[in-house]
Design a protein around this ligand. Structure first.
Ligand code: PLP
Length: 365
């Protein structure tokens, strides 16, 4: 069976170094924060081209704590994409702010910046773009709109490690950038992990407090904080894996190019890559009205495919009834009914891609 992504393969490739790193932490006696977390934060900020990185417990907390650090809460509105992982939404609703979803662009899958204007009210505080599937959102237009209307921009970059927009890596375009290191992300640890990067020292300091009981100094709690710290063992693992991120992403791009060049199925919609962006190719997502048939043919040929995401957040039971508005989001719904993710990852073989392409190209004939 060809898996969607082979997470364990990243361990096999780096087992000696990762074992060493884990042993180093275990024998250090420092199991919360400390040097290991600081070293990774420095390396991650440096990689992202940001002044600061703060390690937190997971990606959801990264978005949530960034919202808190920006002072966003009840009474505020946050513009979010309708087509995203529910984590984006859950962070906003946990903050007490109101979710204002906007439709995706059908070609990039990212939030349609032309819809920003219609979502704007006097209560809008922030835009939360997601670089979905690894492709950066249109940051220029988003930042310009935000500047014109005095809004914060908080990026959900959980799928975009190493992606670039206008030649600059994602990590410091907006006011704050939230990361997840969930195992299957482009940079993933072997458990939960997350971070926020920012150029703003005040935001970094605030998240430093928020993640650690509102405290910098023992027994001194400046604000009402949380417990959401990046684990030092995970930080040590991430430091090892970070060295491979670029080569793994290059490998993903090669596989994606092969799919793009050779897939030829009637009425199939392929992901696009605008010239001013490089994608992290976190997922390779195609669209087809006969998605069920395609995934069935793939399964018969021992190929795993998945749907990201079969039910959009606004149709999840978690949000049904809880929201006063009834959202009209037909494009997001169409996306959830037609998207299909094909295997991609640094350890997928080129001949596997060729095999998957062959199966798909023959699937409707
Ligand atoms: C993975 C992901 C998250 C949440 O990250 P966790 O570390 O699992 O909490 C949020 N948003 C998007 C777009 C994601 O892909």
């Amino acid at each position: 069976m060809i898996p969607l992504i082979d997470v364990g393969a990243t361990y096999n490739e780096l087992a000696v170094e990762i074992d060493e790193a884990v042993t180093r932490v275990l024998s250090s006696g420092q199991y919360i924060l400390g040097e290991e977390v600081r070293s990774f934060e420095e390396a991650w900020a440096d990689y992202c081209g940001a002044n600061h990185a703060v390690g937190v417990g997971n990606g959801l907390d990264a978005i949530f704590l960034a919202l808190k650090a920006l002072g966003i809460g009840p009474g505020d509105e946050v513009i979010v994409p309708a087509h995203t992982y529910i984590g984006t939404w859950l962070a906003v609703s946990r903050s007490g702010a109101t979710i204002v979803p906007i439709e995706p662009n059908q070609h990039t899958y990212n939030l349609d910046h032309d819809s920003l204007k219609s979502a704007l009210t006097s209560r809008t505080k922030a835009i939360l773009p997601v670089h979905l599937y690894g492709l950066p959102a249109e940051m220029d237009e988003i930042l310009l709109f935000a500047r014109d209307h005095g809004l914060y921009v908080l990026e959900d970059a959980a799928q975009a490690h190493g992606a670039t927009f206008l030649g600059r890596r994602i990590g410091s375009h907006g006011d704050a950038v939230a990361w997840s290191f969930y195992p299957s992300k482009n940079l993933g640890c072997f458990g939960d992990g997350g971070a926020v990067t920012t150029n703003d020292e005040r935001i970094a300091k605030r998240i430093n407090l928020l993640r650690n009981y509102g405290s910098q100094k023992k027994n001194e709690h400046e604000i009402e904080g949380y417990n959401s710290r990046l684990d030092p063992i995970q930080a040590a693992i991430l430091r090892v894996k970070l060295k491979r991120l670029d080569s793994w992403n290059q490998r993903r791009a090669l596989l994606a190019q092969r799919y793009l060049k050779n897939l030829s199925v009637e009425d199939l919609k392929l992901p696009i890559l605008p010239k001013h962006c490089s994608s992290a190719w976190h997922l390779f997502v195609i669209r087809h009205n006969k998605r069920a048939l395609l995934s069935e043919k793939l399964l018969e040929a021992n190929i795993t495919s998945q749907i990201h995401y079969p039910v959009p957040p606004h149709q999840q039971p978690a949000y049904k009834g809880a929201l006063v508005q009834t959202f009209n989001l037909p494009i997001a719904e169409l996306m959830s009914q037609t998207v299909l993710s094909l295997p991609i990852g640094p350890h997928l073989r080129m001949e596997d891609v060729d095999y998957i392409v062959d199966v798909l190209n023959q699937s409707l004939g």
